[in-house]
Design a protein around this ligand. Sequence first.
Ligand code: HEM
Length: 491
Amino acid sequence: MLTEIAILLASVGILAILFIKYKYGYWKRRNVPYLEPTFPTGNNTSFFPKGVAVGKVTQYFYNEFKARGLKIGGVFLGIDPNLVLLDPEDVRTILIKDFNSFVDRGIYMTKTDPMTVHMITQQGSEWRNARVKYTSVFSSAKMKMMYDTMKQCFTNMIPTLDDSAERKLDVDVFETMACFTTDSVGATILGVECNSFKDPDAEFRRLGRHFFEQFSPIDRTRLFMTVYFPDLSKKLGITNVQKEVSKQYIKLIKDTVEYREKHNVSRKDFLDMLIKLKNSGEQLDMDEIIGQTFVFFTAGFETSATTSTMTLFELAENQEAQDRLREEVIRTFEENNNDLTYESLMGMKYLGQAVDETLRKWPPVTTFPRVCVQDYKFPGSDLIVEKGTKVLIPVLGLHRDPDYYPDPEKWNPDRFGDRNPKLPYFPFGDGPRNCIGSRYAIMQIKIALANILRNYRVLPSPLTEQPLEIDPDTFVIRTIQRVYLKFEKIH
Ligand code: HEM
């Protein structure tokens, strides 16, 4: 009996090894240059990531293939083959011209958890329907409607910064910016007052911190499963959102919607538009409100907080640029009776350049994928990209390539004074599936920066350990070291 079990196990083991070897032979069989993988993570370097951990590693893929003079290269994430694109023209072709062959992202979701079903993860017609439905909610007209509320949220930050300036404290900039963006997204999208500055343990800020920063061993195991064994995870109904985050978020949203419906409350926010859509016979149920608002909440606060943080960090290191930007801000305020309208905020040229340059050097989304949904002949080659293959856009690699941006580690807003549109620049993706919230994000970031620079000089802090390095273990850009700065009040 024991011998039979041993033979059975050995056979299963041999079959598994052969299967993995076969999978890892994919790019060789297709004659595509590739990086040698190792089981189980393939070419990924993170075993138990906090997130999907593809950002820093795709920059490494990019640099490896670039050094070999290649325009495409094959890698494996887990045992799945992924094609890495290096040529900005190929990237544009796939994102824009041949979008219909690359509609999906292939990011994990399971219908057993509504928190995982939203525009980032939806596929095919489900995604198309959602995109049509929500495009109008992110129009310029809607942004203008939200502008005053967002501006009002900035005032919540003033006592904190004034106090730090007076007591010459070192400010944890990301935490401060995240409090602002949480309040802002809370007020404009979810219609709730988050009070992140007043209460350091405020519910939504706590949820945001938990989702991006706190992973128990069980959470990490779930993430590992959903990243490396998505099909099996789907069958088992495994979710990649921490259980407590789901529980609390679902309760908060359900309570808010029910309260509004019961008391007929109508506000100028996003949730209001969703409730109206829900009650007007549109196909929109509670699960969808939960999923979509959750992604607007998480995508809405984290990436904008990072961009504002990194811009302030760079401005503290570049006092000349800071002076130039402050002059523009003060002039714009003066020209508008000491106020800042939506149009005047968006019209500030150097502010726009500064934000664009931060999004180049520190793109919050360092990589994004597309899945080939029908066999596709790759332009200018004999390669047929098979249906189901994932394509990776290595944004960080492209944005920091010295052939496109000389001295790429240097932050220099003048690069965007008159930028060549042919240069690779994909902070918000491109094509029909680009970031739906880009206008919202830019408005939020600019409100924070313009109002801070008008009132404070931003200076380096000795608490920030330099040089800053990108954390290889998160799915949106974060530096390993925390960013602290000093704020000096301008009278
Ligand atoms: C600086 C801030 C932000 C950056 C850098 C950013 C970046 C991105 C990128 C790179 C993508 C993928 C694009 C592609 O695949 O072509 C994306 C998608 C998306 N973003 Fe953003 N984002 C930001 C802010 C926001 C905000 C504020 C929201 C919502 C309030 C948002 C909601 C979304 C959604 C829903 C998608 C999926 C769109 C679709 O598949 O149709 N993002 N974002």
